[in-house]
Design a protein around this ligand. Structure first.
Ligand SMILES: [Zn+2]
Length: 158
């Protein structure tokens, strides 16, 4: 966090001076854990958030392009719902009955239109990739579509 050129200290006076001095002092040195803790404590005492980078402050921030749906699918709550549906269905595709393999969990009532049912176990069903593709796109999967996945194509489809 010390190497970034972003300025986290902008709410303090002489921000540039502090950045310059600390940059010079710490160049090439590793901070001990004790030293880091002292810094954390002093930052907290000053009433500031630790200089961790989130969202638009992060150097790799791309301008908020991650769709909210994708963000939700990354959460622990979503992963839990996902694995609970798979277990309930015994890892069997609910349409063609295939067991195991590449299984996906489908929202019976669409993820985007029924936000209140996103984590409802009864709104999930286990589908194999081919059935999921068929249900979602109304087409039979063939050729390159085998690489179709919930993450790459389904977002925005339903
Ligand atoms: Zn199937």
């Amino acid at each position: 966090m010390w190497k970034t050129t972003k300025n986290h200290w902008s709410n303090q006076p002489n921000a540039d001076e502090i950045k310059f001095k600390s940059g010079k002092a710490f160049r090439g040195k590793k901070l001990s854990e004790e030293h880091k803790n002292k810094i954390r404590i002093s930052i907290l005492k000053a009433g500031n958030e630790p200089p961790h980078l989130y969202g638009k402050d992060h150097p790799r921030w791309k301008g908020g392009i991650t769709p909210i749906n994708t963000q939700i699918r990354r959460t622990m709550k979503y992963k839990l719902w996902h694995s609970n549906v798979l277990k309930r269905d015994n890892f069997i595709c609910q349409l063609c009955g295939v067991k195991g393999g590449k299984l996906q969990v489908d929202h019976i009532k669409s993820f985007s239109q029924y936000p209140e049912l996103r984590f409802d176990l009864s709104n999930g069903r286990t589908l194999c990739v081919s059935c999921h593709y068929f249900i979602t796109t109304d087409r039979i999967m063939e050729g390159k579509a085998m690489f179709w996945s919930r993450n790459s194509k389904m977002v925005g489809v339903r």
